[in-house]
Design a protein around this ligand. Sequence first.
Ligand code: IPE
Ligand code: IPE
Ligand code: MG
Length: 246
Amino acid sequence: MSLLSQINTERLPHHIAIIMDGNGRWAKNKGLLRNIGHKNGAKTVKEVVETCAKIDIKYLTLYAFSNENWNRPKLEVELLMKLLISSLKKEVKTLQKNNIKLTTIGNINSLPTKVANELKDVVTKTKDNKRLTLTLALSYGSREELIKTVKEISLKVKNNLISPENIDKSVINNHLYNQNLPDVDLLIRTSGEQRISNFLLWEIAYAELFFTRTLWPDFNKENLFEAILNYQNRERRFGKTSEQLK
Ligand code: IPE
Ligand code: IPE
Ligand code: MG
């Protein structure tokens, strides 16, 4: 039986987030430059995005470039930015065809102007699409996002626009980069690393974590189905007992 046919379509994760890791090692293993790893990683992005749309996942969030990644060699950062521009230009048609809306999280203004403009263009063009919301985390760091949130809320408290006792989960949500991003149900990280690397700390509070040794350029739709099946075999108790859920 194929993996896809085993997936219970009634119990799909609403929001999948992926830490796409291992491009560099993939290239190194083949004696290639890291950049070739990133190019092949972009092919995986296309396959995973199209597959998520096809099977009716509603939210997919991809960690594409972290705040910390600015510390990589200048040339690698430049090539990643170029790859981002060319992928956006190339794939806007695919997004339209599949009814996919592109959104971003992160400090978008810190990206090179060309990248920021290309992003804004695709975000505008796809804003009315409904099937899947694809969010790219770019120049993203979760702690920086939380600092921004605290600053904005403090200012509102200072100006008597909100009182401290009214600060709750929804107030925090409303000050994140994207106020409409739901909690993550399934977080996948490729390449064998088992860490969060400053990604979506607020939204993954109750996410199921799936780690695979597969390097991102080798990850394909079968690996995605495997992760979803693994997720569907877990019991999400949210603090309750197993008996209470029955
Ligand atoms: C993930 O692959 C892509 C980005 C972080 C941009 P890496 O480039 O981190 O690959 P490894 O971890 O060095 O193998
Ligand atoms: C996390 O991968 C960031 C992205 C996938 C964009 P890294 O490869 O940068 O993470 P660390 O530094 O190994 O934790
Ligand atoms: Mg890495």
